[in-house]
Structures are given as C-alpha cells and as structure tokens.
Design a protein around this ligand. Structure first.
Ligand SMILES: Cc1cc2c(cc1C)N(C[C@H](O)[C@H](O)[C@H](O)COP(=O)(O)OP(=O)(O)OC[C@H]1O[C@@H](n3cnc4c(N)ncnc43)[C@H](O)[C@@H]1O)c1[nH]c(=O)[nH]c(=O)c1N2
Ligand SMILES: CC(=O)C(=O)O
Ligand SMILES: [Mn+2]
Length: 470
C-alpha cells in the first residue's frame, strides 16, 4: 500500500497517537482504506481521508476525538456509507472514524418495546436479531444503513407514514463531542416514551450529519409485528390521480403502512431491473398492516378510493416471497434507473411538501427536468409528501452535471416556496447548504451556528457539510 503523504506535519504525529489508542491495524492510511472512505452512494465527489480509524468502544471514540481535537484535525463519522448527500466525503484533510466495529445490540426490553444499538448495527441486523420476539424496527430507508447513521441523517423511508421517521423512534443517544466529552442526550439510562425535562438534545443530534459529534449508541423504539400484512400495486391514468388517491387515503385516516409512488420512467426501469411486468403508468405500491379483519377493511377502503380516481384493480403480492420481491423492487428504484444509463451517477432530490401541495410540486418538478433535459424517474413516499426526482447523469459531462444541479436547486426552491423542505430524509450534506439558508432564514441559521459553536468550537466535526458559511 502507498502511504498517505500528509500536507500537515501534525498528521504523522496524529497517526502514531491514534495507533496507540485503537491499535496499529485499526489506524490505517493505506490507499485502499482511504479510497473506500472517499465516497457514498451519491454523485458527490471530494478527497480521501488522511487516516481511517476503527475504534472498538465509546472510550476509544472519545480518545480518538480528543487526539484529533488537540491536533486540530477534522473528523468524519462513517456509518455504512449509504448516504446520498456526500456526508462522509472529506472536503479537507481529515480523519475518518469508521464506527462499524462497535456492533453490540443490548438492553432489549421486550415489555417496553425498546433496545439499544451501537453504530455498527444496521436495521436488517437488528430485525434479524429480534425476529423471535414479535417485535420489529420499522424505519426502512431501503438501503441496509446503520441505525446510528440513520439518526445522523434524520432518515425515514417507506414505513414512515404509519410508524414515523427515525425522529419518532429514538428515545436516547450516547454521543461523543469533538473534544472527547461523552454524554447521553436524555440522561444516562433514560428510555421513557415522554420527557419534558430540559432542552431536547436527542432531537438536536437527529439529522446533525456528523457535524455535532459521534453518535455511539441509540436507544430506539420497537413495534409489535402486525398479525396480517397485505401488499399490492395499483396503476393510475395520471400522476395527479395517483397522488390524489394518497391524499384521500390520509384524509380518511386510514392507517396505511406504506404508500409509495413511482412514475412511468421509474416503473419502466424497475420492470427491467427486477424482471417485473407492471403496467407502464403512474403507480402506487401499497402495504396494509393490522389484524386480519382490520387489514382487509383498510384494503376495501383504499380500493374504493383508488377506483374513484381511475385506479386499476390491485395486483396482489400473494406470498411472502412475492411481497419481498415487490418491496425490493421499490427499494432498488435508484439502481434500476442507474441501469438505464450504465456508468452514470444518481443525483437524488428529496423535497418534502405539505401533502396538499404534492400535485403542484410534482408537476413543477416534471417541467423542470424536461427544461434541463435530464433523465429522471420519480419515486415518492407520497404519504409523507416526500418524493425524489432521481436524476441520472454522466459525471464526466460538465454541462449535464451543471444542468442537474440547477434542476435540483429549482426543485428544492419550489418546495420551500410551497411551505416544504429541500430535504425530507437525506440531509443537507454538501449540496444543499445554500438551500438550508433559504429554508430556515438567517435568524434561525444564526442560532444553529451558535449551537455548532458551543458543541464544536474548533469546527472539527465534519466541516463543509450541513451549515453554510455565513
Ligand atoms: C438505494 C438507496 C435508497 C435510499 C438511500 C440510500 C440508497 C443508496 N437512503 C440514504 C441512506 O441510506 C441514509 O441516509 C442512511 O441514513 C445513511 O446511513 P449510513 O450508516 O450509511 O450513513 P453514512 O455512513 O452514509 O453517513 C451519512 C452521514 O451521517 C454521518 N454519520 C454516520 N454515522 C454516524 C454516527 N454514528 N455518528 C455521527 N454521524 C454519523 C456521516 O458523517 C454522514 O454525514 C435513504 N434514506 C432515507 O432516509 N430514506 C430512503 O428512502 C432512502 N433510500
Ligand atoms: C433514494 C430514495 O430515498 C428512495 O428510493 O426512496
Ligand atoms: Mn426515499
């Protein structure tokens, strides 16, 4: 392996100090390790970290942070690298702290529906571990992300309409600050459903994208597994009809578990990629959870609403295998679209609007991608008013990259204008820092900056992500 040639002399000194903390084999500056940690699943690019470390405990994370702090070297927390906003990509000479060696699942309280996970635990690993308890962890971004990474990005995914986003499912966090301080956001061992005690530091760290500290464990809520699960797809004459169906399902307070939209382009891609035969039309993927009678009642109500909007009869996933194939196909939409233009990179927008504004927002987005001539499929968690224009671009084609960036910005700006957000679940990362300013306003941004200054006065936690420079 080629060793990293540091720009600053302090990096070599820091490398020795980090090796002393985590062991030589867990503090690495090989090209392979550095390249493994210089990208996520997005189109964003940047540099490689100078050193990658794999701490094994919260004490080691604290000592690593302290060493970086004293040497004034930036730190980047790394989960599973499935992020879509470039959050793990170094923008300056940095140490990447890969937290996956810490993979304990502990404090499972079946009666209280909660459990504690370290950063190396992914959502699938947790669900495998607890599968015989009758409980499950429902927040599902599709990718098998680390749960602490999901906390860091404020993630959600397909089940949020029924079970809430990660925000609604976190009870407490253990955090290490830039200077090595270890704290529990809700107080040590707290795992109650409600608390009005003091400021809500747990929520402060949700969506903080590694800019405030390392999340070294999360105490999360679990849910009872539904007795009955029914999944189906239904296609519609127009985008508007599909979206109106989702809005009406919510207006009738039907407790639907998933209601996901794919447009024609996305359906075509998914059919090719996952060998499905869905009709090429605006489509809803649906899932119902409940008692047998309850789930069936929901189905009847939704089928009636869909039919009134011109929807076809539901095409059912009859077996467990068919059901997982259906949802795998939905989760693979991003890769299915990439397969339409091999070698391309995906650029996912992530706006979230008040649900009544969805039709206007999607219509505007379609006009924008047409204006800029970018191949785009739309996938949406429409029950939450959140959808993605999945833009496919050749990252070597400067004009296309620029056009995609302009399209994404216009789409984000329109969502903000409609009372929404430029990011419902992926985060600000590298690319939406200016939009954040427009979304929250200067006064709010200044308060955010103040908080950042208190927790990370040397600006060493994941710099150049999240907050824009003022
Ligand atoms: C195909 C596909 C589909 C989807 C998605 C990705 C892909 C590839 N995602 C995005 C992604 O899965 C999501 O952002 C995860 O929460 C990222 O978790 P990682 O562990 O991979 O974080 P990753 O390692 O990518 O890091 C992301 C950010 O969090 C920080 N971070 C990670 N772990 C941390 C820790 N322990 N402490 C502090 N900071 C930490 C990092 O520094 C970085 O800024 C998504 N998301 C979503 O919400 N809904 C969706 O529908 C989808 N769909
Ligand atoms: C990319 C993403 O977030 C989705 O497919 O839902
Ligand atoms: Mn999504």
């Amino acid at each position: 392996f080629k060793r990293y040639k540091s720009i600053s002399p302090s990096i070599d000194k820091l490398h020795s100090e980090l090796s002393a903390i985590v062991g030589k084999k867990n503090a690495v500056s090989s090209l392979a390790a550095r390249e493994h940690h210089n990208h996520d699943e997005s189109h964003h690019t940047g540099g490689s970290p100078a050193i990658v470390v794999w701490p094994n405990s919260v004490q080691e994370v604290s000592e690593v942070a302290r060493a970086c702090y004293l040497n004034s070297v930036p730190m980047i927390p790394f989960g599973t690298g499935t992020g879509l906003e470039g959050g793990v990509i170094p923008k300056t000479e940095s140490v990447t702290v890969n937290l996956t060696n810490m993979d304990a699942i502990s404090d499972l309280n079946i009666e209280d529906f909660d459990v504690r996970v370290q950063p190396g635990v992914t959502r699938k690993a947790l669900n495998r571990e607890i599968r015989n308890t009758g409980l499950w962890f429902p927040v599902d971004p599709g990718a098998d992300a680390s749960i602490c990474g999901m906390v860091a990005t404020g993630a959600s995914g397909t089940n949020a309409v029924r079970y809430g986003t990660i925000k609604h499912n976190v009870l407490n966090l253990e955090v290490v600050l830039a200077d090595g301080t270890i704290l529990n956001t809700g107080g040590s061992k707290r795992r109650c459903r409600k608390s009005s005690a003091g400021y809500n530091l747990t929520e402060l760290f949700i969506g903080s994208e590694g800019t405030l500290g390392f999340i070294t464990s999360a105490t999360v809520r679990l849910h009872g597994m539904p007795e009955s699960t029914l999944s189906a797809v239904c296609s519609f004459p127009s985008v508007q009809d599909a979206v109106n169906t989702s809005i009406q399902v919510l207006q009738y307070s039907i407790p639907i578990a998933r209601i996901e939209f794919l447009d024609n382009v996305a359906i075509k891609a998914v059919n090719n990629f996952s060998k499905l035969e869905n009709k090429i039309a605006p489509t809803l993927f649906l899932e119902f959870h409940g008692s047998e009678a309850g789930a069936k009642e929901q189905v009847n109500q939704v089928a009636e609403i869909a039919a009134a909007n011109g929807g076809t009869q539901f095409k059912w996933a009859e077996t467990v295998e068919e059901r997982s194939k259906l949802w795998q196909a939905r989760h693979d939409t991003f890769y299915a679209l990439l397969a339409l233009k091999p070698g391309n990179k995906g650029y996912s927008t992530d706006v979230c609007v008040p649900i009544s504004q969805l039709p206007a927002a999607i219509e505007h987005s379609l006009s924008i991608v047409e204006k800029y001539g970018i191949l785009c499929g739309i996938a949406g968690h429409v029950g939450d008013g959140n959808y993605h224009c999945l833009l496919m671009l050749d990252s070597d084609n400067e004009s296309e990259v620029l056009r995609a960036k302009m399209a994404a910005e216009e789409i984000g700006r329109k969502a903000i204008f409609l009372g929404g957000s430029c990011t419902g679940e992926h985060g600000i990362g590298i690319g939406k820092r200016e939009l954040l300013k427009e979304e929250v306003g200067l006064e709010t941004l200044n308060v955010m900056k103040g908080i950042k200054n208190v927790l990370d006065p040397r600006n060493l936690m994941n710099p150049f992500k999240g907050l824009p420079e003022i």
